[in-house]
Design a protein around this ligand. Structure first.
Ligand code: ADP
Ligand code: G6P
Length: 466
């Protein structure tokens, strides 16, 4: 462990890029934190040599600044009560469902809001104490929307950027939020507010104009004090070289072949890789796959679905209900269509090393990405990056941010339309080699030329020029 001092570049996110895991014997290990934010930001952090302010994932962790994996980390402690009210409550049972089209009903509780304010204040103070004079501070995601304004009050010398990794909802949904004005005022504390898609930026600008004292039009917010806040879409991406680097190891490619053999060398291997979240449309995918088996369109020899469902937010009720529903669905389908040693669906509720994940991507004939709403969906881009062999097909929901960029090469689908989803899955399974190659080239042209390095350069150059 080492003291990191002050930094000219600071990332502030709810989670640190690593999670503390305490074993039964009390020993501590660190493992990569779940989710796309960490996948995207960790390489940015290494490139810009900054400090990362965030929570370790465990209660009451008061740690001195430390370094891991070439990153300087500053931990912000959360009490068990704050984890329950700020993280599981306001962040993941109020904002997450509200921002994802109210797929489940958001809950509004005043004590949760109080905890959200308190914790945002703590993050702002931690960032203020680590940022050098005139530093760039880059605040991340829905858990910390009050930080830009709180931080500006503490440190007017800083350049403050904010990026929302998830969708920003349409005005008629956002307007439900009892604290809508405070959230908007929190965000306009930044010099630059970034979103995944243009529509989200427009939603935000309209809401700021309507509910705050600022005036806003054409992606510029004019604050009462004369300051200008810039608003812009920056579709986030992945570190392509991390995936191609892993694939340069022949064992990773070979493991892909082995996975196919282990699942019985089916004609088509379909793959889903998602946090076990109700936004991901896992149930719709299972329903469509089940109906294809039931209707005899496919047999379990022809097609096998591997569904990785990463454990997520396990103490939040809607996630517990979802897990029960998905596992019931998988159990029923395997009971109906599986045979000894040959389930129709391989359901894996666990986290994997990056190399194993890339081998899985490489093994899959059809990558099935069917969220009902998703800020971006980096798994779709990871699949494309992993197909250096120009094989495989991507089925992609219209409701993922990635649809704006990958629509030409992917098989686009509305996951609510189960018949359409069934037809699309069949078409992707039956694609001929030359069409697959053509589509994959289109997909790769885009992903390879728009990776995370470019995203970070564009965001930070825009921020510096504000
Ligand atoms: P979200 O941010 O909502 O979780 P994304 O698709 O944008 O969704 O990002 C998910 C990230 O987590 C990807 O980088 C993906 O490779 C990684 N990931 C998903 N499931 C697992 C798993 N079971 N083990 C390891 N990494 C995973
Ligand atoms: C999404 C969110 C991130 C979050 C991640 C994992 O990617 O945008 O902010 O960190 O999911 O969720 P968790 O609640 O485990 O941090």
């Amino acid at each position: 462990m080492e003291n990191t001092g002050k930094s000219s570049f600071v990332v502030v996110a709810n989670r640190l890029p690593v999670d503390r895991v305490v074993a039964a014997d009390g020993s501590t290990t660190w493992r990569r934190s779940p989710g796309g934010l960490v996948t995207a930001l960790a390489p940015v952090m290494r490139a810009y040599d900054g400090a990362w302010v965030g929570w370790t994932g465990s209660p009451d962790d008061e740690l001195a600044p430390f370094s891991t994996d070439d990153m300087d980390l500053i931990s912000v402690p959360l009490s068990p009560e704050e984890i329950s009210m700020y993280y599981e409550g306001f962040s993941n049972a109020t904002l997450w469902p509200l921002y994802h089209d109210v797929i489940v009903a958001p809950e509004y509780h005043r004590e949760w809001w109080d905890a959200y304010r308190r914790v945002n204040d703590r993050f702002a103070r931690a960032a203020a104490s680590v940022a050098d004079e005139g530093a760039v501070v880059f605040v991340q995601d829905y858990q910390l929307q009050l930080v830009p304004n709180l931080l500006r009050r503490l440190r007017p010398d800083l350049k403050i950027g904010f990026f929302l990794h998830i969708p920003f909802p349409p005005p008629e949904l956002f307007a439900q939020l009892p604290w809508r004005r405070q959230i908007l005022e929190g965000l306009v504390g930044a010099d630059l507010v970034g979103f995944q898609r243009g529509g989200a930026a427009d939603n935000f600008v309209g809401l700021v104009d309507r509910y705050t004292d600022a005036t806003a039009a054409e992606r510029r917010v004019r604050m009462p004090d004369g300051r200008t806040v810039h608003v812009q879409p920056f579709p986030i991406s992945i570190e392509v070289s991390e995936i191609t680097g892993l694939l340069s190891d022949p064992d990773v490619v070979q493991r892909g072949t082995q996975i196919r053999e282990e699942i019985g060398s089916p004609g088509s291997m379909l793959l889903g890789v998602d946090r076990l979240d109700y936004t991901k449309g896992i149930g719709h995918r299972l329903k469509a796959f089940g109906e294809l088996l039931a209707g005899g369109d496919i047999t379990p020899d022809e097609a096998v679905l591997v569904q990785v469902a990463t454990p997520s937010r396990e103490r939040v009720e809607a996630y517990q209900t979802l897990r029960d529903e998905i596992e019931l669905q998988v159990g029923r389908l395997n009971g109906e269509y599986g045979r000894i040693g040959q389930p129709a669906i391989h359901y894996l509720h666990s986290s994997y090393e990056r190399a194993e994940l890339v081998s899985l991507l490489r093994a899959a004939d059809v990558m099935v990405v069917t969220p009902l709403r998703d800020g971006m969906n980096l798994v779709a881009k990871e699949y494309v990056a992993a197909r250096t062999d120009l094989r495989g097909a991507l089925v992609l929901s219209e409701f993922a941010g990635a649809a704006d960029e990958l629509g030409d090469g992917a098989f686009m689908v509305n996951p609510h339309d189960i018949d359409g989803l069934k037809r699309t899955l069949l078409a992707a399974m039956r694609i001929d080699e030359s069409e697959a190659e053509e589509r994959m080239k289109l997909l790769r042209d885009h992903v390879l030329s728009h990776d995370i390095t470019r995203w970070a350069q564009e965001f930070l150059a825009t921020l510096r020029s504000t």
